[in-house]
Design a protein around this ligand. Structure first.
Ligand code: ADP
Length: 578
């Protein structure tokens, strides 16, 4: 049963008990009083009867008549007994005989008391009677006992009205008391009944506004305070959830790997970037040594867990791929949630690779520059040392120096080209009629083509316009054509094909020296040359195909090669048509 109901039921039962008790008590006292009054009345009646009796001969007819008369008038039952309690005469049954010495009221008188009384059921009259017995004295001597009895119904019926009144008064009184108790209980419980559901709703739905809508002058302050708390909770919860959301978004979107492990070594939190680094999904709740495959990394975590300090180190780890990781681990003491280790892991693999590429590039550039510059210096020194006096030698040296200078120029041009990344240049989009454009590019090499007796054919639709950024598109074609001519055998043919649909596919096929599969994988690297001596001799910088690849990617496309040694090569550039 609910406490609320008990609050009303217990007082109800108590009030009922009190009511019944009071009713019984009042009845008891009233009945007692009534009996005493009746006893007095019957005793005085007895006195009157005794005064009329002839005490010298109690069993005389005169006495019988006197008793009969009185009994009839008073509607009492009067019994005359001798000093031993034996019946001399009974007004209701004149022939009644026997002894009544055992009746309580008679016994009382026989024991030398004044007046005895008792209420009992009379088998003679088949009714409840109030009996009083009193001694009949002649001088100081007791000569007999007079018993006067009256039906209780004769006087009790008169009391019923009174009892009813008492009952009604008591009932109304206690009903009133109970109502007051109910009112006080209700008043006492009111704030609980009003506030408790609101507090429970506040707990269950902290995101919603919950208010006490009641008005009460007595509890107004409480209600206002509860409403203020609800509002504050609402605001705090909103702020908390938005911070939580922001944190969760940040945690998930971070490109740096972040994780938290407890002192047991279990992942409490791990973000997707970290899972990606570890190449494992659902790492949460796993032990770090089950998930991390690199011993050095595991040792670092163990060290922080034991020393309770922080560590910052760059390691090359196998997770399972080789990676350069910048790891920061920090031991966090937290009394509430237990101590934790928080780790941030930054993948430096790409950065380190770029740095290496840059270093290699600078090394390569220096190396490439060194040869022509050394040559130039050598020849200028030789000329200055006297060779300039010989006109033939001077011309020969100057020609070599010119070639070296041209090579330097090409190299510098290519390096400048490679430094363009597409974003720092103004939009230079223009529509090209492809057939015309390719023909123009081929015409630039007419002299070379004639020398090597090479024929270049163009295969593709005429009046085909293609929107592109010329700054990047032109070097792609230029380098592919240059290489095709460069590495073609004499008297051979080069085919340039193009097809424009939702993308532009250009293929340049030569029937030259071709290259092996392993070289095909590397020719797009900067400064990679299959045959270094030959390439240098031909004036190649080793940057041409690197430019083709990077520019194709800047334009959103790809470049591929298919080649067979001594048979020739086909370069395919695929660019989007937009
Ligand atoms: P280079 O300026 O030396 O030509 P590239 O980057 O253009 O530099 O080419 C790299 C290397 O790829 C060249 O040295 C050459 O060995 C090889 N190569 C390029 N194009 C062809 C081709 N069409 N046929 C055969 N080998 C080629």
């Amino acid at each position: 049963m609910k406490r609320k109901h008990l609050d009303y039921l217990v007082p109800f039962l108590l009030v009922c008990l009190l009511f019944l008790g009071s009713w019984k008590l009042a009845n008891h006292f009233f009945t007692k009083e009534l009996l005493e009054l009746q006893e007095e009345f019957l005793t005085s009646n007895g006195e009157l009867v005794i005064q009329q009796l002839d005490l010298d001969s109690l069993d005389s007819d005169k006495n019988q008549h006197a008793i009969e008369d009185f009994a009839k008038k008073a509607q009492d039952r009067i019994t005359l007994l001798d000093t031993h309690g034996k019946i001399i005469f009974d007004s209701t049954e004149p022939n009644l005989s026997g002894t009544r010495e055992n009746r309580p009221e008679v016994k009382f008188v026989l024991n030398k008391n004044d007046v005895g009384s008792s209420v009992r059921y009379s088998t003679t009259l088949k009714a409840e009677l109030l009996y009083t017995a009193q001694p009949i004295r002649s001088g100081d001597e007791i000569v007999g006992i007079l018993r006067v009895a009256k039906r209780t119904s004769a006087f009790q019926s008169k009391t019923q009205n009174f009892q009813r009144t008492i009952f009604t008064i008591l009932f109304l009184f206690y009903a009133f008391i109970y109502l007051i108790i109910c009112y006080l209980t209700y008043q006492r419980n009111r704030p609980i009944e009003t506030v408790l559901p609101v507090l429970q709703r506040m707990l269950a739905e902290p995101e919603k506004s919950n208010y006490v809508m009641q008005n009460s002058s007595q509890w107004q302050e409480l209600y206002v305070t509860v409403n203020q708390i609800s509002e504050q909770l609402n605001e705090t919860y909103a702020a908390y959830t938005s911070t939580e959301e922001q944190f969760s978004t940040l945690f998930h979107e971070l490109t740096i790997g972040v994780f938290i492990i407890d002192t047991e070594g279990r992942f409490i939190m791990i973000n997707p970037a970290m899972e990606e680094l570890l190449q494992i999904g659902g790492a949460s709740q796993h032990y770090y040594w089950q998930v991390i495959q690199d011993n050095k990394f595991i040792q670092l975590i163990q060290q922080v867990l034991v020393d309770k300090n922080q560590v910052h180190q760059e390691i090359s780890a196998k997770l399972p791929d080789s990676m350069n990781l910048d790891i920061r681990l920090r031991y966090i003491e937290n009394e509430l949630k237990g101590d934790q280790v928080m780790g941030t892991v930054y993948d430096l693999t790409h950065v380190r690779r770029l740095e290496k590429i840059q270093r290699d590039f600078v090394g390569n550039v220096s190396h490439e520059l060194k040869t022509p510059v050394t040559s130039l210096l050598g020849f200028t020194e030789t000329l200055l040392d006297g060779a300039k006096e010989d006109p033939d030698l001077t011309e020969e040296f100057l020609t070599i120096m010119q070639n070296d200078a041209k090579r330097l120029q090409r190299l510098i041009q290519d390096i400048i080209e490679l430094s363009k990344d597409g974003s720092d240049l103004a939009e230079d989009r223009q529509a090209l009629e492809l057939n015309y454009f390719f023909q123009q590019q081929i015409d630039l090499y007419q002299h070379l083509l004639k020398n090597k007796q090479i024929l270049i054919t163009i295969d593709g639709a005429k009046n085909c316009f293609y929107q592109t950024r010329l700054t990047f598109f032109q070097p792609i074609i230029k380098n592919l054509l240059e290489n095709a001519i460069q590495y073609s055998t004499e008297k051979s043919q080069i085919e340039l094909r193009y097809r424009l649909t939702d993308q532009l596919v250009i293929t340049v096929t030569d029937h030259g020296i071709g290259m092996s599969k392993s070289d095909q994988k590397r020719i797009f690297e900067r400064f990679y040359r299959v045959d270094k001596a030959r390439a240098r001799h031909s004036g190649g910088t080793g940057l041409g195909l690197a430019i083709v690849k990077e520019y194709s990617e800047i334009l959103g496309g790809t470049v591929e090669v298919e080649s067979h040694p001594k048979l020739g090569s086909t370069f395919t550039v695929t660019l989007p048509n937009n």
